[in-house]
Write a new protein. Structure first.
Length: 78
């Protein structure tokens, strides 16, 4: 479901002529307590795969709420 969320969001953004960037929070890791490491891996992998098919999207921002989130994303994107 989480992968589908990212994919569908990118598809919607791609369907808009003037959209070239998108930002994502750390989806499901707050109230739903989904493990942060797994959520980040799904987010990064899905976005990287989708961007190969969606060159219109030039920039994706992963909005991190705390240093732990930042460290996880930083490691995955290195």
């Amino acid at each position: 479901l989480l992968e589908s969320c990212y994919r569908r969001s990118l598809e919607v953004a791609c369907g808009k002529e003037d959209v070239h960037s998108i930002a994502f929070p750390c989806i499901s890791t707050g109230v739903y307590a989904f493990p942060k490491e797994i959520a980040a891996e799904i987010a990064v992998t899905t976005v990287q795969t989708c961007l190969k098919e969606m060159p219109q999207i030039e920039k994706v921002i992963f909005a991190c709420f705390d240093p732990v989130d930042y460290t996880i994303y930083e490691a995955l994107l290195a």
